[in-house]
Design a protein around this ligand. Sequence first.
Ligand code: FAD
Length: 454
Amino acid sequence: MEYHLSKRIPVEEGYDLVVAGGGPAGCAAAICASRLGAKVLLVEATGCLGGMGTSGLVTAFDPMANGEMMVVGGFMREVVEAMYERGFLPSYVTPEFWRRLYHRWTPFNAEGLKLLLDELAAEAGVEVRFFTKAVEADVDSETRRVNGVVLHNVDGFTLVRAQTYIDATGDAILSELCGADYLEAGRDTEHIMPPTLCALVGGVAWDRIELDAITPKGQQAAIEQAVDAGFFSQPDRHVPGMFRSGETVGFMNAGHVFHMNAVKNKSLSQGMMQGRRLAWEYLRFYQQHMDGFQHAEMVTTGALMGVRESRRVVGEYQLSFADYLARRRFPDQIAIFAKAVDIHVYDCTEEQYRRYYEEFHDSGRLAPGEWFGIPYRILVPKGWQNLWVAGRCASSDIQVHGSIRVQPAAAMMGQAAGTAAVQAMNFGETACSLDTDRLVDSLRQQGAVLPETP
Ligand SMILES: Cc1cc2nc3c(=O)[nH]c(=O)nc-3n(C[C@H](O)[C@H](O)[C@H](O)COP(=O)(O)OP(=O)(O)OC[C@H]3O[C@@H](n4cnc5c(N)ncnc54)[C@H](O)[C@@H]3O)c2cc1C
């Protein structure tokens, strides 16, 4: 049965750019575009900026250097440096973590990131609307132009018209509403990377804990033993684990919610409940099996499910694993990156754990000093004029998605999309026919690390 909803709603005009989603990609896009002079509206479904890093409690930035140099520049570099200056990184973290070290994560305080992003958005003049969702789009599907986006919040529905639009929702919500093509999650319908509901744990005696013992590798023997003893409700051998993110606080990334579909509400709702149950289960594991966690206590679980993969838009180019293996450099490169392919187990079999481990540690892994390029065209839904995607839903195959799905890469894509949108307006260009030399110049001026490409 269907019900036809027809409703008169107010229209707002005058924006240059609407960004849907305030995670690392959306914040970078909105703030950088606003700094370049655009009138920007940033709409975010939750009550804070930061996306997975704050509402999802993923309180660590993935590696930003390759053992020789920092490959992540621009807005993301500004954020991590400011977090350090303001004391929002744990005291054991030094600038070497993000400026030089090979495959080193940088943990942070989630409330610090929320505050910093609020301030950066306000300083740049971005209008932020929290608790606001993009729920429909007005498009001309012939010419592939977006005319407006319908938003919903406590004030009701509004149609907002702008010249340009960026989808930074992680799940490609705006692209789907516009009718852009996308791929569903997974290598196939059976093999979808499971999410994890992350948590913050307090009362950890970090000074008593040998940090090597608590790395995914260091703790593996204890996990295997507990799995064999039937401690967990599912025999999952892949546990990223517990990471020190404060003096007594740990960020817990443990417990896969297998076969959950992030873009089906029923599945997502059940997944949240299972995620909370698993979080408690893993807390008990740490309390009972790992030294230093005896007095650990649950502080909170994420308000957002930790979705690792859902939709990927079909872009003007699809970045592929072959590009990654070739350490490909692109003339329209908007970022470079150096993270391994990280695709979690699809189920609890030993075969899956082996597959994950080999893929992460062996299969073409970038050596110190190496990097690959991220081209502009993966940010443009195929054929669209004034719509861009940035972050987790950008156009790539499933393997390279396992590398670029993380916060620093999302932020670099966001900065590039925001800059491209402003350039398109200023020079009368479209998303799919943009002068990418000009874009690359502009990104370099904003501090992006973009070595000359032959
Ligand atoms: C369990 C887990 C562990 C991870 N570990 C790390 C790690 O250690 N380091 C790292 O760097 N990365 C890590 N990642 C990856 C990383 O956190 C995300 O992939 C990254 O945040 C993606 O950025 P994004 O901006 O594309 O999307 P998100 O961070 O997901 O942000 C999307 C935002 O859009 C909002 N939104 C959604 N729909 C709408 C709508 N219709 N209207 C308005 N707003 C909407 C959401 O509320 C959200 O705030 C991890 C991810 C997971 C799930």
